[in-house]
Design a protein around this ligand. Structure first.
Ligand code: ATP
Ligand code: MG
Length: 339
């Protein structure tokens, strides 16, 4: 039932300026308590979707129900029941960690003494006790993200929206951040909706995933289901010659389900990579082609992305669309209107 789900969207659509179709007919359901990953490359429409779900942006078409509430009809109520970590850092560098959380508590109308108590507890929970009274501008990237997580939790939300929460953190910082989120899920059962570029992260962290590309959902399911759709291993073969086409040599080999060629490189889907490699090398050499590189991959979400979009999932250089759009956001501004 719609009302008991954490998030239900139907044909959610956002068109900027009448022509940029940033999000197109997105229909998803997020169950209470689950971690739902929203994956896509730069400009795919992740932040736009999160902004609509968190009542920061009005949909052009379609609907979004969050915690049983229509975001267009009850934006303030939705904001009171959720926590958000924005893609761009929102911590106010000129306030201490504690003060950042206290200000956020004030924005929710939480009484001063209660706000102070929650701030203290959250600072401890995020292991920022030592740095509690230091200005946030002296925090490392990972500490800042943990502080922003604390800020997002100050109203004890039922759903947490995290927009690229670990972008720019080193692997240790990423793992640390996710450790806190996992612990929180276990302790409070909070629903987590997270956008990320990191496929491996979504694979390990999320119960279910939707992949968005050019504003449209191209695949969704559990990480296991998505990988199963690939049906086996992927063997990439590189040959010295890009003029000879080996598709007809590789396709009939046992266990092969498809062959994709790009110049001298072949992406072969097969039941077992280990069994295929010697057969493929032998068959190619008989056909007069030298194999000078072999990669065997168990299916990962990278392959899922490639499969459904035809492109590699690669981060682009430079600031992203959203980075530019939301530059300069600070905690007070970000939380304005939440009272
Ligand atoms: N305020 C805006 N006005 C016009 N176009 C916008 C606006 N915000 C985003 N867009 C465009 O909408 C599309 C989706 O952007 P969005 O920020 O939602 O993508 P994203 O998946 O979050 O990307 P990133 O990984 O870069 O954060 C992009 O083409 C972007 O340029
Ligand atoms: Mg974004």
């Amino acid at each position: 039932m719609k009302g008991s789900e954490a998030v239900v969207t139907e044909n959610l659509t956002k068109v900027y300026g009448g022509k940029i179709r940033a999000v197109e007919n997105v229909s998803i359901t997020v169950h209470p308590g689950e971690a739902f990953g929203f994956l896509g490359p730069n400009g795919a429409g992740k932040t736009t979707t999160v902004s609509m779900l968190t009542a920061g942006l009005r949909p052009t078409q379609g609907s979004a129900i969050v915690n049983g509430l229509d975001v267009e009809k009850f934006p303030d109520e939705v904001k009171r029941q959720i926590g958000v970590i924005f893609q761009e850092s929102t911590a106010d560098g000129d306030l201490s960690g504690l003060e950042n959380i206290e200000v956020a508590a004030g924005c929710f109308g939480i009484a001063r003494s209660e706000g102070r108590a929650r701030a203290k507890a959250l600072i401890d929970q995020m292991q920022l006790t030592e740095a509690a009274n230091r200005l946030a501008k002296t925090y490392s990237g990972g500490m800042r993200r943990r502080l922003e997580l604390a800020v997002g939790l100050v109203n004890e939300p039922r759903i947490l929206f995290l927009d690229e929460p670990t972008l720019g953190l080193d692997p240790q910082g990423r793992a640390g951040f996710w450790g806190f989120v996992q612990k929180l899920r276990k302790e409070t059962g909070v629903t987590v909706f997270v956008t990320t570029h990191y496929l491996d992260e979504a694979d390990g962290m999320c119960d279910r995933i939707a992949i968005i590309d050019h504003g449209t959902i191209v695949a969704s399911g559990t990480p296991g289901e998505l990988k199963d759709k690939l049906g086996g291993d992927v063997v990439t073969l590189k040959t010295a010659s890009s003029s000879m086409d080996l598709t007809a040599v590789l396709r009939p080999l046992p266990g092969v389900s498809s062959v994709q060629r790009q110049d001298g490189t072949y992406r072969v889907k097969c039941a077992s990579g280990e069994r295929l490699v010697p057969l493929a090398v032998d068959a190619c050499s008989k056909a007069g082609a030298l194999i000078n590189g072999v990669i065997v991959k168990r299916p990962s979400l990278d392959e899922v992305f490639l499969e459904f979009t035809g492109r590699e999932f690669r981060e682009e250089e430079g600031p992203t669309a959203t980075d530019q759009a939301v530059q300069g956001l600070r905690i007070r501004g970000a939380l304005r209107g939440r009272r």
